[in-house]
Write a protein that binds this ligand. Sequence first.
Ligand code: SAH
Length: 675
Amino acid sequence: MISEQKRDDMVTTQLESRGIADPRVLEAFQDVAREDFVPESLREFAYKDSPLPIENEQTISQPYIVALTVEALSLRGHERVLEVGTGSGYAAAILSRLAAEVYTVERIASLAESATERLGRLGYENVHVHTGDGTLGWAEHAPYDAIAVAAGGPEVPEALVSQLKLGGRLVVPVGPETQQVLVRVTRTGTHDFHREELTSVRFVPLIGKQGWPDQQQILRAPPKPSPSASVARLVREVAEPIGDIDSDSVRPLLARIGDARVVLLGEATHGTSEFYRMRARISRELIEHHGFDFVAVEADWPDAARIDNYVLGDPIRQGPEFEPFSRFPSWMWRNTDVVEFTSWLRKFNAHAPGHGGHGRRVGFHGLDLYSLFTSIAAVLHYLDDVDSTAARAARNRYAALTPWQRDPAEYGRAVLVGAYESSEKAVVSILRELLERRIEYARKDGERFFDAAQNARVVANAERYYRAMYYGSPSSWNLRDSHMFDTLEALLGFYGPDSRGIVWEHNSHVGNALATEMSLRGEHNVGQLCRAKYGDDGTYIVGFGTDHGTVAAASDWEEPMQIFEVRPSHPESYERVFHESGVAAFRLPLRAPKRAAVRDELSAPRLERAIGVVYRPDTELLSHYFQASLAQQFDELIWFDRTTAVEPLAPAQDRRVVRTATQRAELPDTYPFGL
Ligand code: SAH
């Protein structure tokens, strides 16, 4: 078949049949020979209904997607158009037939050069190619009637929006690397924009100032790391040894933390005693001597609120009946190390008011969103007390979720398959109405209002979370981490403009996700969001690690806790480097270490181990190691070569005590764990 016939075919079967109707667009695809834009070796596939690889691991887009994009730009012929991501130049050639002038920007110089040569040779004279970061647009020729972006970014680049004429259209794929939504932004006024989502697509990443960071390139094609033994020697020189946790001087670490507003303390497992005790040690210093206002942990809001109640030494707060920390994995918070820390915090707070005290009370909060139903109960309980009309309305609207009480994830599935109507509007409206009456409600009791609003926020985000679980990992992971970050922000707001917070969460939440393979999957986390918001000076991130020992974990979700032996670290891991340093326990400053070489060496990506509530030693490499650039992920690392599992509290015993305590409505010293 000759090329023209193939194009004819393509136009009918790939474009028209899928709803591309603009005759000028169809004609352009008829005119431009795609085989001129694909590599020699792939010529025979030039009219395939798919993207094709070009040089530098880039692609020439699928014809249909190019058609969809250019049709959405509604071009009449007189326009000045900007394209970001020249690639082969194919889309630019199509655009050149539909508009007056086409300006196209490509970040990879060699691609820009060959596209320039090709377009020139083929006579597309109204196309102008430029090498540079297209996320910043091409200001020299702005404003544009239309902008098309041929690579997917985390969000709509501001610079591009600002280079649109009034009435101009921008089409850009937005979302995680695995999948994006094609978004059309229309400028309807100087500061007004209309945003529409056209369809779900998958593009190569948009890399630049207002796209994905270049760092990812390092992870994708990592330089070969130095042999672990030589890096281990460097680590030994720089590391600050830790003897006994309780008598360790954390002063050098406190100096490095400086004026940071948020201090994030990680953990490499969810069941290691040393990690809890060291975090407690650091937190006590921060609270006693540096004015920190609260500790926020990877636990559910209503459950942690019971601990908050306990550490503040207040009478038992009104709330629904439930057993705090009874859901899997209970050992994360029901363990002896947490009891010790919260008892200390309670004593600290007891000295707060009155004469000679320090006058400050420090709270304890949960950032997570797995408490859909206890949070619903808490919101209703609150409204019953303050506004019975609102309570009735909320009860009706929340009721639609009740069938899913046992298994909220099942709700997400039912909505996805269309068997059940989403409660999104209902749960969001309850949150909104609560916030709208902030002033009226908070006048009665600001603290209770804050707690109720936070529970309503958990419900709204959990509802989305359970639906997103079925779209795959990036969206549900991101929803959860965004929720945790928003909760942290809400806490900082609640405690006041100069407040400072401490976060205890797994390394995977606190270590900057941009420096790990998570970012390649389009996932962000609390640490990354804190960095973006509070900057380097405002955020201090401490990662934790171990080589071997014991750990509390389960073999699967909802399975009973066991004590596992942690396998010695993988030869290609950071853990191996630290193990080989020969120092049993240490702190390792990474931001400005005594020898810069440490930072460089520990920036070269290696494997890093993460043990969660589930540990599967048999498949350790696959299930528990990921690629990271450690010195970019953390400001400091705390290492314990050999570690010990946390000691869980006996469940039956403490449940009984909690129940009697609630019934008596008074607070025993040991509440809420009741040892
Ligand atoms: N329109 C092209 C598709 C190219 S694929 C075609 O029809 O062939 C996307 C291109 O965007 C890649 O070549 C990639 O290098 C480029 N790119 C990614 N980020 C960019 C940025 N910030 N600025 C300019 N080009 C970018």
